[in-house]
Design a protein. Sequence first.
Length: 355
Amino acid sequence: MLASFPSLLLNLGLVPLCTASTYKFDRNHVGVAFGPYTKQWEANDTIPEWSSYTLQQLECQLTLISSKFTYIATYNFGTRDSITSHIPTVTASMNKAANKKLLSIAQGIHQLADPTSQLAEVTSAFQGAQAANAIFPNTVWALTVNWEDIFSVQEGIKVSQMINTIKSHPEFQASNLKIGARTQNCETALDPNNQHADIVAILTQLVRDSDYLMCNLYPDYTTSMQSVESAVNSVSNTYSKLNDMVKSVNPKCDLIVGETGWPSEGVAFNGSPSTVSNMAKFWELVGQKAATHGVKVVMFEAIDEPWKSDRRNRDPRDANGFNGGEGHYGWWVQRNNSDSCSFFEKATGLTVKIV
């Protein structure tokens, strides 16, 4: 069960402990991926339990995000007693209290191998979206089925079938929700030798079936090592090529950059030289490109999730290990587990406390 908390603080305010942030992003085009598990590793190399997160902390996180962005993308709904299952309704309650849409959500649907668990995840995500939109309309604008964790032809077929099953449901048809897919393998479609025709066929089908496709696009090793500018141009060029292909298949399908980012420290999976200045510059330049070209981008990610850099994995070259960059892609970081509503903006050195 969720840890207890005194009350929902629906009128939270930002209290900057330094000067105001100088980084501003186009709110119409730049959003962030969001996962709520932002606590640091503890001294005994354990990560705090998922159940230790409270609704108050969740609202602090969402309030922080709403100070700079207007939309988030999540990865899963989860069970009814998990903190992730409360993201839609807490966001909707914030919107209602403000009498305006502070944040909107593309609700993720986690990919699961077990059919029963998968059905429960789909059902819960849809019901959660309905509950949120009953509190404040259009808080959840879409359901995103992930094709990432179990990447194979067969699983891709299942994702396509899942999307069509959801689309055919009368309750979904009566809603204003969009539906799409997220994958990290869109660039397979650009292979000039077409060595993965089976994967490309599934991607093509997903484009036909979906209102949008989220593609995770990161710069490759070569361009990352050249400069941040080269890396941003590489992502932009890849997007343009993919968008042409998407529109040729289904002109009504929107291509969204479902993830892109740069770690502030640690070993990056793609070799990105990880510094705070490089991270900030990458975000800034991607944001400028998105605004100029009218492209919707989901930056990875809102707040560091330290558990993704596993301290128990002692391989210094592993991006998911103790020296890895996976836990350091956030724009903000929660530095102190005992102060769950204070966050440090890495690019500016600004500490923000939500009260």
